[in-house]
Design a protein around this ligand. Sequence first.
Ligand code: LLP
Length: 421
Amino acid sequence: MDHFLYRDGVLHAEDVPIPEIAAEVGTPFYVYSTATLTRHFRLFDEALEGLDHLVCYAMKAASNQAILTTLARLGAGMDVVSGGEYRRAQAAGVPGERIVFSGVGKTREEMRLALTGGVRQFNVESEPEMEALNEVALSLGTRAPIAVRVNPDVDAKTHAKIATGKAENKFGIPISRAREVYAHAATLPGLEVIGIDMHIGSQITDLDPYRQAYGKLAELTEALRADGHDIRRLDLGGGLGIPYERSNSAPPLPMEYGQVVKETVGHLGCEIEIEPGRLIAGNAGLLVSAVIYPKSGEGRDFLILDAAMNDLIRPAMYDAWHDIVPVTEPAAGAEKRPYDIVGPVCESGDTFARARAMPPLGAGDLVAFRSAGAYGAVMASEYNTRPLVPEVLVHGHQFAVIRPRPSFDEIINRDTMPAWL
Ligand code: LLP
């Protein structure tokens, strides 16, 4: 459920008509709903009720400071994967004890940053990383709390580019080697082993892979405890999928996911951490764009939008589906026809949808891409020197630009000239 509904025939973000934002900000832009962000965070929080838990928002999904601050004020922790994200969490007022540092290639500099500023735990992904973290912690006269990310070799049944829990993926250490790696970690005086971490992939729409993976995690917890490790925290990762194509998908709800967590690892007495990104931000955001030209091609009709692959890369990169709806509600039973919906970038890959049934649209008409709040703005670029797409946050009747569109002067002047030119 989200807070983007038609009212009086016009799509609204909460209580704000989308055309009102478009008139002030220009198109394209991302718009997020505070109410949806809040609702989705709370769904996870409630799904784990009864367990000692922390929901650490995976900010890679959408990391604008206003979004982070909204979630931080609800009590969210943050899952960060770079020094930049760590700084964002700090700037949003998230205390170190609520920041989890994940990622397969943390540098020593990033380790120092988090150890100095405070960190809940590092999710360590390899033995060389463990050695490096040990050295950095000792050089600072401290101990680094760690969980080791184990790869359970489970098929998350999602797109290959976003599956992470199969043996062939670069993530974590094989679960079969976990006891050996934990034994090694316990010998390193700069590390404090506190738990186990796992993340099996993203846009997961079936609970079975979770059930399998968390079952393995429970067995491992018991084996490691028997080996003498004080396993007191389990980080279960993120990955729960969202309904991108509303007419024919209904992925499991956070409450059902919470049930699986309780059934598989609830008895262990561990503190539970989860790292959802997409489910919190995805349906909390739209990308709004205007039609530049309708164009009739050889046997097909195109809608050329002012948004392009640089603004929303998911269709080009993962063949992802996004529902695209007209901002002015079509009359019930209105004629629809198939359009290829494309952007103005000079690549055929700049295609958002093929033969998509839409009401007839003309130049200047607004459309909205649904489910664009996660992995949308954060993956945008300035390809074709198209200014980075702005972001807007809505709260009831109010809206605010939370990242303005840069001017062309700003873009051009970011480059610097070598002395010989
Ligand atoms: N934790 C870890 C360690 C992760 O690698 C990820 C996502 C998450 C949590 C959050 O997963 P979520 O709940 O958002 O599924 N750009 C791709 C998605 C990449 C996901 C990467 N890792 C897309 O647009 O579909």
